[in-house]
Ligand binder design. Structure first.
Ligand code: IPM
Ligand code: MG
Length: 354
């Protein structure tokens, strides 16, 4: 298992260090795990003048999986766009062809009171958001700034989805639904956007190959509302890049903390990039208070999807559960009277439980 480890910026190095502890524990048991570190994001810019340095790209291409922390920091906000940390993330996703982004929103019984919604709305919640990750308005050309004939300046982007892009991610969605409750909701804005009308047509066509899956379509504004009104109606949500970006942040709050949400970004052969859904949180970087569980749970996803080691994936998830059951919490998920521990101690607690 050759893993490229890219801690990135902000809290990235602290949380990735905890996930690395889990990988090291597995290696001590005899798993053949090889980890090699490289830079991405702001630190890539600092060290190599590029948020996605050539050396990092080479390492990522030569690895089976990538473990990533987070990118971004205030000091980079004024750089020209190609040098911004976020470009590192977008380029590695596109460069590795990671079109299927899995963002599970799972409510642990221990954290049901940490959610911003009433416990009865979220207790037992288990949604899989599948976000297309390499197309849509994120990558569409042309884009930029232009001058209109009347002299006014205009910013513009292009939204488009090709048939093959929709088909391949839809197949992933239906296959995931087949392994779950066989309910798939495709989210779009087909009442306004041509791109979405086409999306709906293709998803409906792919559905014919999965007659056991119950397919529904929902407009994205309604989906945003339904997620906070009655989130348990969803099993798998399939959606495009920008809608998935927004809905997955919303869904994270159902689970109590964005610090709990892992993700997997897969190519056609299950090579994957694994990262927490949250950002680099520069305001709390270096303070040893960030929650490393989303990153540790991303390692579980890596074992499941890239290395097909379901047993190990479940052991890591169980270890996280046990740690929560012991009542230890990082600050973001702590309730009154509970023992608050730091990032490193949480990593140690999970390794001990493992
Ligand atoms: C995410 C993030 C990224 C995105 C940013 C940092 C470019 O918000 O992974 O959801 O928009 O995809
Ligand atoms: Mg986002």
């Amino acid at each position: 298992m050759k893993i490229a480890v890219l801690p990135g910026d902000g809290i990235g190095s602290e949380i990735v260090a905890q996930a690395a502890k889990v990988l090291e524990a597995l290696r001590r048991e005899g798993l053949k795990i090889e980890m090699e570190y490289a830079h991405i994001g702001g630190v890539g810019y600092d060290v190599a003048g590029d948020p996605f340095p050539a050396a990092t790209e080479k390492l990522a291409l030569a690895s089976d999986a990538v473990l990533l922390g987070a990118v971004g920091g205030y000091q980079y906000d004024t750089l020209p766009r190609p040098m911004r940390p976020e470009q590192g993330l977008l380029r590695i996703r596109q460069g590795l062809g990671l079109f299927a982004n899995l963002r599970p929103a799972l409510v642990y019984p221990e954290l049901v009171n940490a959610s911003s919604l009433k416990p009865e709305l979220v207790s037992g919640l288990d949604i899989m958001i599948l976000r297309e990750l390499t197309g849509d308005i994120y990558f569409g050309q042309p884009r930029g700034m232009r001058q209109l004939p009347n002299g006014e300046r205009q910013g513009f982007d292009t939204m488009h989805y090709s048939e093959s892009e929709i088909r391949r991610v839809a197949h992933v969605g239906f296959k995931i639904a087949m392994k779950r409750n066989k309910i798939l909701c495709s989210v779009d804005k087909a009442n306004v956007l041509d791109t979405s009308m086409f999306w709906r047509e293709i998803v409906t066509d792919v559905a014919k190959e999965y007659p056991q899956v119950e397919l529904s379509h929902m407009y994205v504004d309604n989906a945003a509302m339904q997620l906070v009104r009655a989130p348990k109606q969803f099993d798998v949500i399939l959606t495009g890049n920008i809608f998935g970006d927004i809905l997955s942040d919303e869904a994270s709050m159902l689970t109590g903390s964005i610090g709990m949400l892992p993700s997997a970004s897969l190519d056609a052969n299950n090579k994957g990039l694994y990262e927490p859904c949250h950002g680099s949180a520069p305001d709390i970087a270096g303070k040893n208070i960030a929650n490393p569980l989303a990153t540790i749970l991303s390692v579980a996803m890596m074992m499941r999807y890239t290395f097909a080691q379901e047993d190990i994936a479940q052991r890591i998830e169980t270890a996280v559960r046990k740690t929560l059951q012991q009542g230890v919490r990082t600050a973001d998920i702590a309730e009154a009277g509970m023992q608050k521990i730091g990032t490193a101690a949480m990593g140690d607690a999970v390794v001990a439980a493992l």
